[in-house]
Write a protein that binds this ligand. Structure first.
Ligand SMILES: *Cc1c(COP(=O)(O)O)cnc(C)c1O
Length: 849
């Protein structure tokens, strides 16, 4: 074709025979990517094409020859199957959502609506708009909301190129390949306005207009809206805003996050959606707080404080990053450049406002800090991560104890239908009933797992393992790093990985802290394990390094080089281009899932949960979610180096423990067979893994926690605050201004307490307190005086003193408290506002000592 001829594209939708119309409906809803029957149905049309198109049903239907479709339309077997899957889909869509309160099922209010914002969504391998765990979690969150009938809508960006595809070159180096997404052949549609035209919204940034096209993905019953800047109306520079996920260029990045925040709010307005809850999944979308401030102040005539209060009561912020550097922050000048007008509108000076997004002496504008200051409901993604987050954000709440900080923990979970193998899924259906699709969070169903006969679990697993091995061999055959080598042409590739030998899996982003190369610490010892004649251990690795992360790339190379240099390429394997498809194969097919992060840098980690529900045992540093699940019955823990400050010593100790456990526990348990030649102790552990992980870490349970801890409260709070023309809001505001006026002068003037510093008392003794406080004209009802008592484990109890009398602005509070527990204890006495709905109530806390 001549290069100088310009062609214009147009797209043709396939015409399906009439009785196959429902196939289109199924293809366009992601439900069919996680429902095993729908998957089988599409696979039946053409299994090879289906695989080739990355299991994308829309593309499959476009590409299957018409004759084939006509033939299928005349096959009663196929029509029956289609009918049955379609009926299942309809009944899924009709399943009504509910929530449990006092054990009773209740419906959601009609006007209850959750808006969920995320930079990435990992929904399916054919939609490469995710990079790692954060995206997968967002995807699973939407799927669970659909299963449970929760009224939730997702908002994100549509990336023209998305995240890169990984190719490994002949030297074992990662190269990044960006493929343009062909949206017309994916399960996504443009949003159409009432005139039948593509819906395009406008946002203004400084003096420029950016146009954004809206797209929609149907995730079961949930809509996910994505914004696309790549349209002709935009300036060239702006067209590129949504090109790449996590661009390194800071200017581009801030533009992306402005588009995510301001664009989503604009779309919400355009679609006449009225969110009750604004859930910011990680800080990337936090600029929407600024826009909401402007909107609330302009349209409701609210003061800054009032608008802030309204935002706070309706905002959920989930943080995912336990290291300060991982949290998104921008240079102040960049923020000034883009936001000076919007900030002016808040009637605050630039400095006053940006102080709300700063921590310690850092001069950057932190989106996480902004989100924390504007959200009443905040959570980390595991118990440990919430503790670490409290330490990290402690300066924001300098007047209250770390343990008291309002950073809750809701541990991540995984969407079982998405991550469970078809073989295991059949067993689940048979032994616990197919309803777990809707009610995986009902704990009682899980005990049935323990009744599955050993042989059935083992056979299901062996089938998966074999399928994974076939998949890996195909991948290797087509990858450049082997194509030209003698390895690929020889018979050797047929011997890569044996299903009869133990396989350890490791697949995740190659971020430094995850230490993918830790296992290479003592190469001799590792080789001995791999080459053991009786109890050999095999390894599979996969994962992408961020394009700018040279160290991550060197870890990949180290793994590949090790296998080559020692000629163990058949049992120490790296497969390229990690994505959801590779992830599914590996978490379903290996025997053990290894995770070696530097504690406490793994906020949660969900790949181990995916493995766990498939009967793949976790072997992991006690970090993220694993301490909440681990028991000697369901996996192994690595703890040796956790307390070491010196990183090298720590690495060495952790690596040693890994070899020890592999040699003395994992391999012997795996290879010990009973008279039926199956490893019964191993299978017992598999069942416990499925049971414990399934029961505790399914995403339905996670969502129910968000619902009960956050969403439902917000629903009440928002009503409460807006009723009667925002009466309660005005009331809070009154209190706040009174406190503001008098607080400075409030102080303890006398304290009588019947214990001395460092005195030893007896359990059961009574502590008597009489506190006189100067309250400077404040109503004493606005204040609370408390005894704060904690033990050595930092568990605390708070006892309230009662008001006794007031004379000349001096109020007396008193109380008697019996100390029950024993050991070293500490206490203090403090004054604080009675009302914790106040925006910065923690600013008004005064301690006696
Ligand atoms: C599950 C998953 C992750 C998250 O893995 P971690 O355990 O958090 O490291 C990352 N990428 C893909 C493709 C996944 O499926």
């Amino acid at each position: 074709m001549k290069k100088n001829i310009n062609f214009r594209n147009f797209y043709v939708k396939p015409k399906l025979p009439e009785n196959l119309e429902s196939l289109n409906i199924l293809a366009e809803n992601l439900w069919s990517t996680w429902n095993p029957n729908a998957y089988k149905l599409f696979s039946r049309i053409d299994p090879i094409l289906f695989r080739k198109f990355n299991h994308n049903p829309v593309r499959l239907i476009q590409k299957v020859p018409t004759e084939k479709l006509v033939k299928l339309s005349q096959e009663s077997g196929f029509l029956n199957e289609l009918d049955s899957v379609y009926k299942q889909f309809i009944s899924y869509k009709d399943h009504k959502g509910y929530y449990l309160e006092d054990g009773k099922r209740k419906k959601f209010d009609n006007d209850f609506q959750i808006a969920y914002f995320s930079m990435e969504f990992g929904l399916h391998e054919s939609l490469p708009i995710y990079s790692g765990g954060l995206g997968i979690l967002s995807g699973d969150h939407l799927k669970a909301a659909s299963d449970m009938g929760l009224p939730l809508i997702g908002f994100g960006l549509l990336y023209r190129y998305g995240y890169f595809n990984q190719k490994i070159d002949l030297n074992g180096k990662q190269a990044e390949v960006y493929n343009e997404n062909e949206w017309h052949s994916k399960p996504i549609k443009k949003v159409i306005d009432k005139n039948g035209e593509d819906l395009v919204i406008k946002i203004k940034i400084r003096d420029e207009i950016i146009f954004l096209k809206a797209w929609e993905i149907q995730v079961g019953k949930i809509s996910l809206y994505l914004l696309d800047a790549n349209i002709g109306k935009n300036k060239l520079h702006h067209r590129k805003i949504t090109d790449y996920l996590y661009v390194s260029d800071r200017e581009m990045r801030i533009l992306q996050e402005i588009v995510l925040a301001f664009g989503s709010l604009k779309l919400i307005e355009k679609l006449k959606i009225k969110p009750t809850v604004y859930h910011l999944n990680e800080g990337h979308s936090a600029f929407l707080i600024i826009k909401r401030l402007n909107d609330l102040m302009n349209s409701n005539d609210f003061s800054f404080d009032e608008a802030r209060e309204v935002i706070r009561l309706s905002t959920v912020f989930t943080t995912h990053t336990p290291v300060p550097a991982g949290n998104e922050a921008f240079e102040m000048e960049l923020v000034r450049h883009y936001f000076s007008d919007e900030i002016k509108e808040t009637k605050m000076s630039f400095e006053q406002f940006t102080n709300l997004a700063k921590i310690n002496n850092n001069n950057d504008f932190s989106l996480s800090v902004l989100a924390i200051k504007f959200a009443k409901y905040i959570n980390g993604v595991s118990k440990l991560h919430s503790i670490v987050s409290k330490e990290m954000w402690n300066p924001i709440y300098s007047n209250i104890c770390e343990d008291e900080m309002p950073i809750d923990s809701i541990t991540n979970g995984v969407h079982i239908p998405t991550w469970l193998s078809r073989q295991m899924s059949t067993l689940f259906d048979r032994y616990i009933g197919s309803n777990y699709e809707h009610n995986a969070d009902e704990e009682t169903i899980w005990k049935n797992i323990l009744n599955i006969p050993d042989i059935e679990i083992w056979e299901a697993h062996q089938q998966r393992k074999q399928q994974m091995i076939t998949f890996i061999r195909e991948r290797l055959r087509s990858s450049l790093m082997y194509k030209s080598s003698e390895f690929a042409t020889s018979e050797k590739i047929k011997n890569v990985l044996s299903p009869d030998k133990l396989i350890i899996g490791f697949a995740r982003r190659f971020a430094t802290y995850k230490r993918a190369n830790l296992i290479l610490m003592d190469k001799k010892r590792l080789l001995k394990l791999i080459c053991d004649p009786k109890k050999p251990v095999q390894f599979v690795f996969a994962g992408k390094a961020h394009p700018a992360d040279e160290f991550g790339k060197s870890m990949i190379k180290e793994i590949i080089d090790f296998a080559k240099e020692n000629q163990v390429e058949d049992s120490f394997v790296f497969i390229e281009d990690y994505d959801m498809n590779v992830a599914r194969h590996i978490v379903q097919g290996v025997d053990v899932w290894l995770n070696t992060p530097i504690k406490p840098k793994e906020a949660s980690g969900t790949s181990g949960m995916k493995a766990g529900i498939n009967g793949v045992m976790n072997f992991s540093i006690l970090d993220g979610w694993w301490p909440e699940c681990y028991s000697p019955d369901n996996g192994w823990s690595i703890i040796a180096g956790s307390q070491q400050a010196d990183q090298q010593i720590r690495d060495a100790m952790d690596a040693n423990e890994i070899y020890d456990i592999l040699e003395s526990e994992i391999a012997p348990t795996y290879y010990k067979r009973n008279k039926n030649r199956i490893p019964s102790r191993w299978i017992k552990m598999m069942k416990h893994s499925i049971h414990d992980v399934g029961k505790g870490f399914n995403v339905h349970s996670m969502l129910r926690e968000y619902l009960n801890k956050f969403y439902l409260h917000i629903s009440k709070d928002v009503k409460n605050i807006s009723d009667d023309n925002y009466k309660y809001l005005k009331h809070l505001n009154d209190i706040e201004s009174k406190l503001q006026n008098n607080w400075q002068k409030v102080k303890f003037v006398n304290m009588d307490i019947n214990i001395q510093d460092s005195e030893t008392i007896n359990s059961g003794d009574v502590i008597k307190i009489n506190a006189k406080i100067y309250i400077d004209g404040l109503d004493e009802k606005l204040l609370k005086v408390e005894l704060f008592n904690k033990n050595e484990e930092n568990e605390f109890n708070i006892y309230e003193l009662s008001f006794a009398m007031k004379e000349k602005n001096i109020a007396t509070f008193e109380g008697e408290f019996t100390i029950k527990s024993s050991g070293k204890q500490s206490y203090n006495i403090r004054i604080r506002p009675n009302q914790t709905d106040l925006v910065e109530y923690y600013e008004y806390v005064k301690w006696y000592y």
